[in-house]
Design a binder for this molecule. Structure first.
Ligand code: SAM
Length: 147
């Protein structure tokens, strides 16, 4: 098994949020807030055909994350939960996965809305959000449905 995996950012997120504090916990809590994704020119051709999707998933390196705990509190409920049962930004690999609204693609700039990401966050990947890939009758929200 590889001891390290190194990824090179494909771009950078530009956001009105400059610090982690005060940023929405998820895109659904940040409705209407707009930003852009700047995809580095060498990857821009990979944005072809993206503009038909209403939402895209951004996979980011949460560069301002500091350390981690395996049990964390969350803003949603009291008590400690396993970090892998949460979307906490402080994790062994500080990867953020945010499905945001796609407003348009203009060359290498992707216009987005509903952000929970701070300015300057390195972008590792973009994927279209395709709800039909999930069987809706098999969805549930784990511990978030309790209490
Ligand atoms: C709870 S996380 C959820 C992120 C993503 N939607 C996910 O589920 O992986 C969102 C929080 O991450 C923090 N955050 C956003 N960008 C960050 C960055 N580049 N470095 C560290 N923390 C960041 C902000 O405090 C924001 O409220």
């Amino acid at each position: 098994m590889e001891e390290q995996v190194c990824y090179r950012p494909i771009g950078i997120v530009h956001s009105p949020y400059k610090e982690p504090h005060g940023v929405p916990f998820q895109p659904s809590f940040g409705r209407g807030v707009e930003g852009t994704v700047e995809v580095f020119p060498e990857y821009a051709d990979g944005l072809a055909n993206l503009d038909g999707f209403s939402h895209i998933t951004l996979i980011c390196h949460f560069h301002r994350s500091v350390g981690y705990r395996l049990r964390v509190t969350t803003p949603h409920r009291t008590g400690l939960r396993g970090v892998f049962a949460t979307r906490a930004p402080h994790r062994p690999n500080p990867i953020g996965v945010s499905t945001v609204r796609l407003l348009g693609v203009d060359g290498n700039i992707v216009h987005i809305a509903d952000l929970d990401i701070i300015d300057g966050t390195p972008l590792l990947d973009i994927k279209p959000y395709v709800p039909v890939f999930i069987e809706p009758d098999k969805l549930n929200n784990g511990w978030l449905e309790g209490e």
